[in-house]
Design a protein around this ligand. Structure first.
Ligand code: SAH
Ligand code: SF4
Length: 333
């Protein structure tokens, strides 16, 4: 079940129990990037750990002009690359992690979708993305506050590894990031939403809706054919009945595709439930579409609010370093 700690325990099985604690402390609290720095451990164990659980993370880092975002292009052990973004907003540090290399779902507006699917990330590869920025922030006397699964890939198509990574990042003896500070965004994988409802985990759930009717949605999200809006909302209502938690519906505004008054009104109708709220996202240009004008976006928001739908507008981070939502697509050579 818990592959990561099984691997740990395998390494440590001939060691006294307190070693596990020391090792966790070194990785997740001291945030060391090399086993040589784990001075509490005997040398032969450090050598073994360096071989079996290397801490070095190979990455290129890009910083945005306004210093509100940084992007890491991480090279995995098989040479594939994955992107992770740090966003700084309201004095909070949010790490946007990837769950897959590429994505098999091919949404028309998404750069990750356009690159196709390479493979799922291992638990440790997900955790490492957070460690990478946690180390940098620690050196600045700061820490990671929030984790969002909004990077490359569909988290519910890599369900077990994502859940295991959350448990590790949340561990109070480790990075200790509060469970309410995690968010998972899904395109609407029903099986994932159903399983997630039974986790009894206070992680936030976000659904990428992006259109209020199936025809428009399928035009931009091919898997909308299988996962219809009706089925998604049914699964979400079930989730809410079990957890009593709020659910965020992301709505990507694309010029002349889903930004008219008619769409706003249709969306408002769908969203009239107590624990639903809408987060409007401006399309970041990655391909053929255009974003609507700022006025048009405000107008869309007004219509939702007049219809008593709680609505937020997502702040745009790091567009200049291609670190904004949907712009992540590592060039894997
Ligand atoms: N696969 C998941 C999570 C990763 S995408 C999902 O789709 O929800 C995270 C968010 O970025 C989603 O809401 C996605 O729809 C959005 N996104 C994708 N492409 C975008 C683009 N070009 N501009 C703005 N947001 C985009
Ligand atoms: Fe995959 Fe999400 Fe991009 Fe769609 S929007 S292709 S589900 S990462």
């Amino acid at each position: 079940m818990n592959k990561f700690y099984t691997q740990f325990n395998d390494i440590l099985k001939n060691q006294p129990a307190y070693r596990v604690k020391q090792i966790k402390q070194a990785i997740f609290v001291e945030l060391i990037d090399n086993w040589d720095k784990a001075m509490t451990l005997p040398k032969d164990l450090r050598i073994e750990l360096a071989k079996k659980l290397p801490l070095e993370i190979k990455a290129q880092i890009f910083e945005s002009k306004d210093e509100d975002a940084a992007k890491a292009l991480i090279t995995l052990s098989d040479g594939l690359k994955v992107e992770t973004v740090l966003m700084k907003h309201n004095r909070r540090n949010t790490v946007c992690v990837s769950s897959q290399v590429g994505c098999p779902l091919g949404c028309k507006f998404c750069a990750t979708g356009a690159m196709g699917f390479k493979r799922n990330l291992e638990t440790w590869e997900i955790v490492s993305q957070v460690l990478f920025f946690a180390r940098i922030l620690k050196a600045q006397g700061d820490r990671v506050d929030n984790i969002v699964f909004m990077g490359m890939g569909e988290p519910f198509l890599n369900y077990d590894n994502v859940m295991e990574a959350i448990r590790i990042i949340n561990d109070p003896h480790g990075l200790s990031i509060g469970i309410r500070h995690f968010s998972i965004s899904t395109i609407g994988i029903i099986e994932g939403i159903e399983k997630f409802a039974d986790e009894k985990m206070q992680v936030n759930l976000a659904i990428s809706l992006h259109a209020p009717d199936d025809r428009t949605r399928i035009g931009i999200i091919p898997c909308g054919k299988k996962y219809t809006i009706h089925k998604i909302l049914e699964a979400v209502d079930n989730y809410i009945a079990k957890t009593n938690r709020k659910v965020m519906f992301e709505y990507l505004l694309i010029k002349d595709v889903n930004d008219s008054d008619e769409f706003a009104l249709k969306l408002a109708k769908l969203m009239k439930k107590p624990l639903y709220f809408v987060n409007l996202i401006t399309y970041n240009k990655t391909g053929a579409y255009q974003p609507p004008s700022t006025d048009k976006i405000k107008h869309f928001k007004d219509i939702l609010e007049k219809n008593r739908v709680f609505t937020t507008l997502r702040y745009r981070f790091g567009a200049d370093i291609e670190a904004a939502c949907g712009q992540l697509a590592a060039k894997n050579k």
